[in-house]
Design a protein around this ligand. Sequence first.
Ligand code: BES
Ligand code: ZN
Length: 632
Amino acid sequence: MMIPPLYKTTLIAGLGLAIAGCSGPAGKDETMEQTGSTAIMANDVHSFARPDEAVIKHLALDLDVDFDNKTLSGTVTLDIETAPGTNRLWLDTRDLSIEKITLDGGKETTFQLGDAVEFLGQPLEVAIGDSTKQVAIQYRTSPGAAALQWLEPAQTHGGRHPFLFTQSQAILARTWIPLQDSPGIKFTYDAEIRCPAELMALMSAENDTALHADGVYRFRMPQPVPSYLMALAVGNLEYHAYSDTCGVYAEPGLLEASRHEFADLPAMITSAESLYGPYLWGRYDLLVLPPSFPFGGMENPRLTFATPTIIAGDRSLVALVAHELAHSWSGNLVTNSTWNDFWLNEGFTVYFEGRIMEQIYGKEYADMLTVLGMNELRGTVEELGADNPDTRLYLDLEGRDPDEGVTDIAYEKGRFFLLTIERAVGREKWDAFLSGYFSKFEFGTMTTKRFLGYLDSELLSNDTSLRESINVDAWVYGTGLPDNFPTVSSTALDQAAAAAQAFRGGAGPEAIDTTGWTTHHWLHFLRSLGDSLDPAGMEKLDRAYRLTASGNSEIQCDWFKHCIRNGYSPADTRIREFLMHVGRRKFLKPIYSAMAQTDEGKQKALAIYRDARPGYHAVSTHTLDEILGYQP
Ligand code: BES
Ligand code: ZN
């Protein structure tokens, strides 16, 4: 059972504490300005931190990476700001062993780990004084730390070196660093990381692109970031620079394919800046991770982590790069205050991603992606139920894992809400508003309520009829999809749907013109075929289009679902191979779920899962254990 942290204060009256969101490095002090000396901090139900008493301003890591014992160990030193009379610093931890804590460079202090709460871990209560400036914590991680994945050489492309990567979002940073693990708290950081000499360490910070012979790496992140953007990767890596400011890291054997796939990166950065203002993080690099990475991408500042499953050879899946890049504004500059406001990160980012894609690849291409997104959203709403509270943009995740908020609602309903505003006021005004929004709140945090207030005053000029025509409250606080859901269409995809229709009507592949089809046509074609196909139909499709042999992860996922539903066994080997190799939850979830629909299928799924599970990240096993009823 989860006990909500009830004791937290949400009102900070005149403490002068620089809570992120109240002030940025450029001296912007919006909340203070709005509310005088009283800043209202959103209450984060997923953190034990009490930033109104003492708050982290800077964090210095000093860690050894031990692949043999699967642990990080060393010290984190926290520079804090305290309110008068404070005698405690409250931190988040989960599965950490805390060895010793000292204050201001010497004196040892007492601490206590509180009771563990499901998902949240344990509060770490450190005795400090109200003039304490620095708290140094000596600690080590546990081999099962949820943020960390320690890979055997066999799980990498090269097969000869181990690999480590972190995944801190949403509340997993606390499994590798004791800190205030709340997106509303931002701090700068630096780090010294020691790893085996043949490996390279990288962080979401200023990185050196070369291997260090002594295995010692120093990092500096001069811009304030929330804990969920703390990231580290260690592996056999090489770098390719596209320009002075961007490039890609990958294992040596994947570097050439990566370089080719992501060659439009400089153009994407130029496009993003032309839309919503300067990129404020210095460099932007990509890191291609091994296939067990549980997400498609993760917007770690200066160093986006990406799955290798987007390397399709034809650059057809690079919208994901546009997405992670867009987070450099929506999310990393202006950050959701709590996980209930997650749509402010993801909805804005999907919208922004669409704009980058449109600018670079044209409207027709971007429209295909938008329509695919809309169909996924409609599917999600149907699955969740149109009256499900989780179909609201503003979520209530109290007592739950914030991971439960990671659905198409935040992403796609969020995007279509912004598209609705864009259409109501016109692009020109909307773009000016968004640029202003990012610059006004840069390096700060945002709540849903505050955004809506800003929207009202800056864009809708408190014009109630405009606000009503946009239907703001229905979008944000209502369930399902509002009546004014925008119409979007794609003639390209209409053709793919017509082809699917024709095929179902008995037309042979010779009667279907697929010349010039992109990955997105194929996805829409597959999604328009309906749930049941007879064995002859499956065979006909496979023979004509060689779908089982496809090397495109998105097409594979959709095709495999058809194979499973229709009992098409020639794909069994490929499905097993895929599940053994790929750890990206977005693919694993639908494939295993499809298998689990029948008793026999579920047994087959479990047989594969038992073999594959040790290679998956905790984020993925957490979801899949539940789907398959697997007891670890
Ligand atoms: N920040 C997310 C990933 C994430 C969200 C991790 C919540 C943990 C908790 C990232 O930007 C993202 O959205 N990734 C998507 C790709 C995108 C193109 C929709 C993914 O991984 O599929
Ligand atoms: Zn995202």
